[in-house]
Ligand binder design. Structure first.
Ligand code: MBD
Ligand code: FE
Length: 281
């Protein structure tokens, strides 16, 4: 049995009352957005003949997502974060702001207040297992001029794919640091190679992805915020090349230019020296 009531005057009048469109006070923008959002969902219920059981299962899923603070995880999984980046890219293109390292999504696991250092930092605590990774780079403006004192915030997972603050086995701020670039705009971090992240098995986000025949895996990646006075803030990531999920990221964050081949170096003493000098990139 299929009934369609959306286009009836009763439902249309009802929508106007729900969204307060004719009420004084409140926010015009909120009224219009709710009118559209609720209206689109009413129409969807009509068009797909959503049953009452399906509707209440949906409400229960939203409650589960909220109670486990997983909207921030479902959001990139459903492509909203990347869609907002695509809009941001288009806004920049229209304003002729081009060049530089591409942006990509922040994700839900940034934590403010990481320890700060100048030029060089060790990111991992003594208990952190994993293979040593040296991360080094140079912050330049779009013309290629190095920026001294730029703020480089870096955060990444451990070798099991867990992030400090979300993984209780790690100490506070493990694998999260802020580095200010040296006089050449360079920074160097000593850390460990991260593993990819996977959405927790059985979590509400996993339930949604499984219902779509999708997985919740991300390739190994390292997050960056780069900022300097007078410059646009950059949110980005790099991916370590060779991961099976590099171009199959559940969060759609991979961009070709951000896939970096790691270089294996055996002579540690030489690297320590080069790293501390900040003389390679
Ligand atoms: C992550 O580590 C992440 O970067 C994103 C976007 C989503 C989930 C976990
Ligand atoms: Fe991440």
């Amino acid at each position: 049995m299929s009934v369609k009531i959306f286009d009836t005057p009763d439902v249309q009048d009802f929508l106007v009352r729900i969204s307060g469109l004719e009420n004084p006070g409140g926010s015009e923008r909120a009224k219009q957005i709710i009118h559209r959002l609720v209206g689109d969902l009413f129409r969807l219920i009509d068009d797909f003949d959503i049953t009452e059981d399906e509707y209440w299962a949906g409400i229960n899923l939203l409650n589960a997502l909220g109670s486990q603070t997983q909207f921030g995880l479902l959001s990139p999984g459903l492509g909203f974060d990347h869609f907002l980046d695509m809009r941001h890219d288009a806004i920049d293109a229209e304003a002729h702001r081009t060049g530089g390292t591409p942006r990509t999504i922040e994700g839900p696991l940034y934590v403010a207040g990481a320890p700060e250092a100048d030029g060089f930092v060790r990111m991992s605590d003594e208990a952190t297992e994993g293979e040593t990774m040296w991360l080094t780079g140079q912050v330049r403006d779009v013309d290629g001029t190095p920026i001294k004192g730029a703020k480089v915030e870096i955060w990444h997972a451990n070798d099991k794919g867990g992030y400090s603050f979300f993984d209780p086995s790690q100490s506070e701020y493990n694998l999260r640091r802020t580095i200010y670039t040296d006089s050449d705009g360079r920074y160097t971090a000593h850390s460990i190679i991260p593993s990819g992240y996977g959405v927790p098995e059985g979590a509400p986000t996993d339930v949604v992805l499984k219902s779509l025949g999708r997985h919740g895996e991300r390739p190994a990646h390292i997050h960056f915020f780069i900022s300097a006075p007078g410059h646009q803030h950059l949110t980005t990531q790099i991916n370590l090349a060779g991961d099976p999920y590099t171009f199959d990221d559940f969060a759609f964050a991979t961009r070709e230019e951000l896939v970096i081949p790691a270089e294996r170096i055996e002579d540690v003493s030489e690297i320590d020296q080069r790293g501390l000098d900040g003389a390679f990139s």
